[in-house]
Write a protein that binds this ligand. Structure first.
Ligand code: AGP
Length: 615
């Protein structure tokens, strides 16, 4: 969603901000802008569409300054248009603001301000913020930027991340966070400082960051910063050292980030497992979970909350935890969770799965769990994210930055994290024997290599995509632990190729979706050599009998399936519990190559954002 970058220091702010915004492009946006202050004047450039348009505008009419703020906007109030793009300047031209979130009471505030004679230049909700700041600065706050901002934001309803600067105070930026409209990170440099909604925007410049909590604000100068609550209490900001490497975020040899990230999975899963497993003794170490044996034994149930791909990952994790830790697991959409008064207590562990750690629905589900006294865990990829910081314990995915909007390597990493969690719980709760633990960890140790081998079938998948890309509807079927993979395969295709696709538990096909099957319907069936293999073969036969084009995801060495399906994509044999990690790879690649054949914008699909910070 929207992205924010700010800079204050001796260098020219404009290129630093534009480059920072570029790093947030993957989040999805429809317009962008930058404002800097030089010689007491605010200079503003904005444009609709891609950041390249804004860059061209800045090249044609350059601006520079040692303090500045920039923004990529994803329209909520007011169409994507230059006058609605951020930054927004106050009526008298004294203050300028960028904002993520929605001012829920903006209409009422706007009316009040208009009654006082304020003239608005945009249709946005954001503009009321800057007009309020100017009003308070001129009446009562004596042009104190921090004080005027504090007074203004206290009138706002909703969740917000805001950065503001003033012509009167060209030596400071003020940043505010209220609720979960994305993060606010303060990046600490030498004689220069940064503000950003997301870590990658400023990681090139510094790894030392402070994260504002809800209802905190920071006054940032080139050589100092001060954090306080909105009530004016001073806060000692904890400095985090962020480990990500910006170089690994580059596309390298690949055409798209999504392709790179799919191929990254053998490495990323090695990083997910690294340092956490003693293969010799079959033990798992998850110190950041902060879980004692007594607490683990006292658990009576677990609830997984997540959205989209992370939700499907949770459906796989349920199998692991129920099987290894003998703990009942429910999996819920985060967006639904708090609306059904869930029955949980202090013996419930609620696990949030979120690669971004900033998905607003998942954060809200976590709040619900917190209020009901549950133990709160998270599985996150973004180190330092809100989900990680508000949990009692966490497990990082260690997948590295995932830039493509369609999640791939974070999906497999979060599955592996849950496998580790299940083993760890089994170990603490005594539900697994040492021999079983050794067998499970041994299976896990083989996984990165099997992933590498699965990726070698890339050529066959690319070729098949060439035969399938023109179909309009796809059905994906799976059973048992691979049913969630059918859902994920369909979601990947929908997201990036805009082809209608549905995932179904294979046994449900005959209860409805079978009516759709004809010679125009490719049916992707995950039919691995496991306990449900024969049942999947029977579904394939039923689909074939209706003229469907069957694509089977099958286990290497299964020559029989070739006589039943029209096309077969093979994955290596693995332990059944880990087979989803392999089965999803051909589906990721199939979606990717179909989208490429259709000329779609694979890394930034229309209407989607990497980090969904609105409800
Ligand atoms: C995945 O391809 C999607 N873009 C989307 O469903 C995503 O998984 C969902 O928005 C949840 O995101 P999170 O993991 O960052 O919470």
């Amino acid at each position: 969603m929207c992205g924010i970058v700010g800079y204050i220091g001796p260098r020219d702010a404009t290129p630093i901000i534009l480059d920072g915004l570029q790093r947030l492009e993957y989040r999805g946006y429809d317009s962008a802008g930058v404002a800097v202050i030089r010689d007491g004047d605010i200079h503003l450039r904005r444009d609709v569409g891609k950041l390249a348009n804004l860059r061209r505008r800045v090249e044609a009419d350059p601006i520079s300054g040692s303090i500045g703020i920039g923004h990529t906007r994803w329209a909520t109030h007011g169409a994507p248009a230059e006058h609605n793009a951020h930054p927004h300047i106050s009526m008298d031209g004294e203050y300028v603001v960028v904002h993520n979130g929605i001012v829920e009471n903006y209409l009422e505030l706007r009316e009040e301000l208009m009654a006082e004679g304020v003239q608005f230049k945009s249709e946005t909700d954001t503009e009321v913020i800057v007009q309020l700041i100017e009003r308070f600065a001129q009446n009562g706050a004596n042009h104190n930027l921090t004080e005027a901002t504090r007074r203004a934001v206290q009138l706002l309803r909703g969740a917000h991340a805001i950065v503001v600067m003033s012509r009167q105070k060209p030596d400071e930026l003020v940043a505010v966070r209220i609720g979960n409209a994305g993060g606010v990170a303060i990046g600490l440099g030498e004689g220069e400082n940064y503000v950003a909604s997301d870590i990658p925007a400023i990681l090139e410049h510094t790894r030392r960051m402070i994260f504002l909590e809800s209802r905190q604000m920071a006054t940032v100068r080139a050589d100092s910063f001060a954090v306080q609550t909105l009530d004016g209490q001073s806060v000692r900001g904890e400095v985090h050292d962020i480990p990500w490497d910006p170089v690994s975020a580059a596309k390298g040899e690949f055409k798209h980030f999504m392709q790179k990230e799919i191929f990254d999975q053998a490495r990323s899963l090695t990083d997910t497992i690294r340092g956490r497993v003693d293969f010799e003794h079959g033990t798992v170490l998850l110190p950041d979970l902060n879980l004692s044996e007594a607490q683990a034994r006292a658990l009576t149930q677990m609830v997984i909350v997540a959205c989209g791909t992370s939700y499907y990952s949770g459906l796989v994790g349920k199998f692991f935890i129920e099987h290894m830790a003998r703990l009942n697991v429910e999996v819920d959409y985060s967006s639904e969770y708090r609306y059904r008064d869930p029955i949980i207590d202090e013996h419930t562990a609620v696990l949030a799965i979120t690669q971004s750690g900033e998905t607003v629905d998942t954060l809200a589900a976590m709040e619900e769990a917190r209020e009901k006294q549950a133990t709160l865990w998270s599985i996150v990829n973004a180190v330092g994210s809100q989900a990680m910081r508000t949990s009692d314990g966490y497990i990082t995915m260690n997948a590295g930055p995932e830039v493509g909007v369609a999640s791939t390597k974070a999906f497999t990493a979060s599955i592996v994290d849950q496998y580790l969690l299940a083993l760890y719980l089994g170990q603490l709760r005594g539900t697994l024997t040492p021999a079983q633990r050794r067998a499970y960890t041994h299976d896990l140790g083989r996984l990165p290599d099997l992933v590498g081998r699965t990726l070698e079938n890339d050529g066959a998948i690319k070729q098949l995509a060439g035969q399938l890309y023109h179909y309009r509807d796809f059905l994906y079927l799976g059973r048992g632990i691979n049913y969630p993979i059918a859902l994920e395969g369909a979601l990947k295709l929908k997201e990036i190729s805009y082809i209608h696709a549905e995932g179904y538990p294979a046994g449900e096909m005959k209860h409805g979706p079978i009516a759709l099957i004809d010679e125009d319907m490719p049916v992707v069936c995950i039919a691995l050599k496991d306990a449900l293999y024969e049942k999947m073969i029977s579904q394939i036969e039923q689909a074939k009998a209706r003229g469907g084009i069957v694509i089977a995801i099958a286990t290497e060495g299964d020559s029989f399936i070739g006589s039943k399906a029209d096309h077969v994509l093979y994955v290596p044999e693995s332990a059944p519990l880990l087979s989803p990690v392999l089965a999803v790879i051909p589906l990721q690649l199939l979606a990717y190559y179909i989208a490429v054949r259709r000329g779609a914008d694979v890394d930034q699909p229309r209407n989607l954002a990497k980090s969904v910070t609105v409800e």
